[in-house]
Design a protein around this ligand. Structure first.
Ligand SMILES: Cc1cc2nc3c(=O)[nH]c(=O)nc-3n(C[C@H](O)[C@H](O)[C@H](O)COP(=O)(O)OP(=O)(O)OC[C@H]3O[C@@H](n4cnc5c(N)ncnc54)[C@H](O)[C@@H]3O)c2cc1C
Length: 435
């Protein structure tokens, strides 16, 4: 890997997501050698992926080069690599570019899509965890609109103009709201041959309300906002199969569609090699103690989505969202410094800063402890928070001006088919066991 072995303790971080990056930034320039590995050379701001897939933002607005983090400290290294397994006995990780010995290992590999064992969905559906996947969805949506303008067969046209999203969590809600905005504002101008009334957005949810992780207030408001945008919501509806053309559910509902996006669940994305007792099998996450040490290992830590820390308040672990990941990353930085200095470790305490979701332009819902609000002010707060947490001044500036442009012009700047939609065989399966 071309990384010198020095006298300094070596901290290896697998994953430059929210958790890995928060940790790395806090241990730069400390008395240790840090090595970060990721299969991408950039950090992805996943909360805004849906804007890439619906032509609102270019991918480089939501991605940040990981080498920009390590370049400030000559003792720190980034390597573009897939970590394939861990040999804890010899303190070694095995990767696509060779092996590396660690003193402290931090697993921050995040999560991957959970299909709950449904093979037809995994084979034919789309999901959105990475920039290439979001771009693929963008191409698919735009190509289907192009096809719809020239298709004479009414049944085929119907399927091209039906957009089915499964899972009404924040991703499903935000994505369906954004596709509805596309239909309401872009399609009438760009695709005069397509009747927007023929374009239907279906949001399917197995539970009895949208945004199940949020408050009742947020659910009701989001439901109302989606109704106003013309999204068809199907609650208590479980998808049984999708064969690439037809969605079948556990109710009478069956929908012909060429666009089926699965956002109904995630599970951890572990790396092979640790003892089975370190894993909570169903969740695919490593069980960690209050210091983020993986069960059974003293020098291996897990942070972010991949870590399951059971506490009194969170008996099933913290929610798999950005804040616990960021907070655990920062906290572990303190503890690694303590370890190196031979000091006592501090336990992690999660501070819940609230949850929010946006539903098209001008509308959002926010839960901030007992304070719950929605509508324009909530949307404003949502925008501010997302800009604040976007990594990098350039990204913030570009995103800010893009949003202003889109807002004033009712336009979407990035509706380009740069590379045609690629089917599963070419792209998604490539990532399917990883992402
Ligand atoms: C579409 C979408 C929308 C979301 N919206 C929100 C939101 O609005 N608010 C919110 O709080 N949260 C949201 N989340 C969840 C949030 O993004 C995650 O909780 C957060 O990213 C977790 O951070 P992490 O560091 O644990 O993992 P990640 O950010 O996923 O980072 C993991 C990193 O590890 C790398 N990696 C994984 N395995 C390997 C390997 N074997 N070898 C090398 N590299 C590897 C990956 O490439 C990635 O860079 C959303 C997630 C998605 C997918």
């Amino acid at each position: 890997m071309n990384i010198p072995r020095t006298d300094l303790p070596r901290v290896v971080i697998i994953g430059g997501g929210f958790a890995g990056m928060a940790l790395a930034r806090k241990i730069l320039k400390e008395n240790m050698q840090m090595v970060m590995l990721d299969r991408h050379n950039y950090h992805t701001f996943q909360p805004l992926l849906y804007q890439v897939s619906t032509s609102g933002l270019e991918p480089d607005s939501i991605a940040y080069p990981l080498r920009k983090i390590t370049r400030d400290d000559p003792k720190c290294f980034f390597r573009l690599a897939e970590v394939t397994s861990i040999s804890a006995d010899s303190n070694t990780i095995h990767t696509s570019i060779g092996d590396l010995v660690y003193d402290y290992l931090v697993i921050a590999t995040g999560s991957k899509t959970n299909f709950f064992g449904n093979e037809s969905i995994e084979k034919h559906g789309m999901w959105m965890k990475t920039v290439p996947q979001a771009l693929n969805i963008r191409s698919l949506i735009l190509e289907n609109l192009e096809q719809a303008t020239i298709t004479e067969d009414p049944e085929k046209r119907k399927a091209l103009l039906n957009f089915v999203l499964v899972g009404a969590g924040p991703t499903g809600v935000e994505l369906s709201g954004a596709i509805a905005e596309l239909r309401n504002h872009i399609v009438p101008k760009d695709y005069p041959d397509v009747d927007p009334n023929e374009m239907h957005i279906h949001l399917l949810e197995g539970l009895d309300r949208v945004l199940p992780p949020m408050s009742e207030h947020a659910s009701k408001k989001a439901h109302k906002f989606l109704d106003e945008l013309g999204v068809k919501i199907h609650l208590n509806t479980m998808v049984e199969s999708y064969d690439g053309h037809l969605v079948k559910t556990n109710t009478d509902l069956a929908i012909k569609t060429e666009t089926f996006i699965w956002s109904a669940g995630v599970k951890g994305a572990p790396v092979k090699g640790l003892n089975a007792s370190a894993m909570v099998e169903k969740a695919g996450r490593y069980e960690v103690n209050a210091f983020n040490q993986v069960q059974g290992y003293e020098n291996i830590f897990a942070i972010g989505d991949i870590a399951l820390m059971k506490t009194e308040k969170f008996p099933k672990g913290h929610p798999m969202v950005a804040q616990p990941a960021i907070q655990q990353g920062k906290h572990l930085a303190k503890n690694i410094k303590h370890l190196i200095r031979g000091e006592k470790l501090e336990t992690f305490e999660y501070y819940d800063k609230g949850t929010m979701a946006t539903v098209g332009r001008n509308r959002a819902v926010v839960d901030l402890g007992k304070w719950k609000f929605s509508g324009f002010f909530a949307w404003f707060v949502w925008m501010f928070v997302h800009l604040w947490f976007l990594v990098g001044f350039r990204n913030r500036t570009v995103t800010f001006f893009n949003w202003i442009y889109n807002y004033i012009n009712y336009d979407k700047a990035a509706r380009l088919i740069i590379r045609p939609f690629k089917g599963k065989e070419e792209t998604m399966t490539m990532d399917s066991d990883k992402v």
